[in-house]
Design a protein around this ligand. Structure first.
Ligand code: SF4
Length: 332
């Protein structure tokens, strides 16, 4: 049986004003997030992948209203959070936390581990002094740090330990949903899997739901239940981890997959090299945004934007080549 939906995103857009055209008539916008639909079920991890610059982080922050979306609807725990006042949204944030990529820059260098992890409790005035202290110390140990280290400062820790501090800070308010924005990208390969395993253990024990943003498909494969592939502000493919890794259908996803290293030297895979950079989101190509880099582009692709269509149960692809009369249009 499918788990209940925790977060539903419909038609989400985030446009930034970028001045006017040469004649000062037409206003221009950076279309960072350009009409995205997503569903995340309770207890699941949705992996969001794409090259750097495809605005994955903007989507993650928009979902939490850390930046205000331009248009769309975000339903969390059945509530339309774009309709909440600032005070109501502040309360809601107890349930919705974020872990950023660079643990060092997201920590205050003048605060000890103890003060860092306690700070959300202070901000919301939760518990007595003794209750806060106990909760913080328990959580510090829970994420694999020692009580003896709790009065030390961020610079006295390794990158992996700092990320454990950030995770503890995100957990202290007992959220149900965490946006993990490239949480292991800045870490050494040797400690990435330790932090990933910790995040998986925490998820299992606390029933957490993750939106896990990464440019690294190996990491996404390790941690995700569902995967969404983003290109230039839009989702181009969405499916379960198994479906997307065994049968990638969008040419962009196929190119990303072809770049994953294979441990078995006997197995050969042809690398699909994408030429050119991701185009500017201020002036995205007409039709399919990917047509300027797609090896299969046809005339139709330059004129008509493909919509997401279901090509097999639970597998949604936005590509004219993957379309057929049997496919259903709708919201994944
Ligand atoms: Fe390539 Fe056309 Fe499919 Fe876009 S719609 S991914 S350009 S084949």
């Amino acid at each position: 049986m499918n788990a209940e939906v925790l977060l539903q995103v419909e038609g989400l857009k985030k446009y930034y004003p970028a001045g006017s055209d040469l004649f000062g008539r037409k206003k221009r916008y950076v279309r960072a997030v350009d009409g995205i639909d997503l569903t995340i079920r309770r207890g699941e991890t949705l992996g969001l992948v794409g090259e750097s610059g495809c605005r994955k982080s903007t989507l993650g922050k928009s979902v939490l209203r850390l930046i205000e979306p331009t248009e769309g609807r975000i339903t969390f725990e059945g509530q339309d959070i774009l309709q909440l006042s600032q005070a109501q949204m502040r309360e809601m944030r107890k349930q919705m936390q974020i872990v950023f990529q660079d643990p060092y820059s997201s920590l205050n260098p003048r605060m000890t581990v103890f003060e860092t992890v306690r700070s959300p409790l202070d901000a919301f005035g939760i518990g007595t002094k003794e209750e806060r202290e106990k909760k913080v110390m328990d959580l510090i140990e829970y994420v694999g740090l020692s009580r003896h280290q709790m009065h030390r400062y961020p610079h006295e820790f390794s990158g992996g330990q700092r990320q454990r501090m950030i995770i503890a800070r995100a957990l202290i308010l007992e959220p149900s949903f965490i946006v993990c924005d490239e949480p292991v990208s800045a870490l050494d390969v040797s400690i990435r899997s330790q932090v990933l395993n910790l995040m998986q253990d925490i998820q299992k024990e606390r029933g957490l739901t993750y939106l896990f943003i990464s440019h690294d498909l190996s990491v996404v494969k390790h941690i995700s239940d569902q995967v969404a592939v983003m290109y230039l502000g839009r989702i181009v493919e969405r499916a379960s981890r198994k479906q997307i890794f065994s049968n990638p259908q969008h040419p962009y996803t196929q190119a990303l997959m072809s770049a994953i290293p294979i441990p078995d030297t006997e197995v050969k895979r042809k690398r699909i090299v994408l030429t050119g950079d991701v185009p500017s989101p201020m002036n995205p190509p007409a039709g399919c945004h990917f047509h300027t880099r797609c090896p299969y582009a046809e005339a139709q692709c330059t004129e008509e934007a493909p919509s997401l269509k279901e090509t097999e149960p639970g597998h949604w692809v936005s590509c004219h080549l993957c379309s057929s009369n049997k496919q259903k249009e709708g919201t994944p």
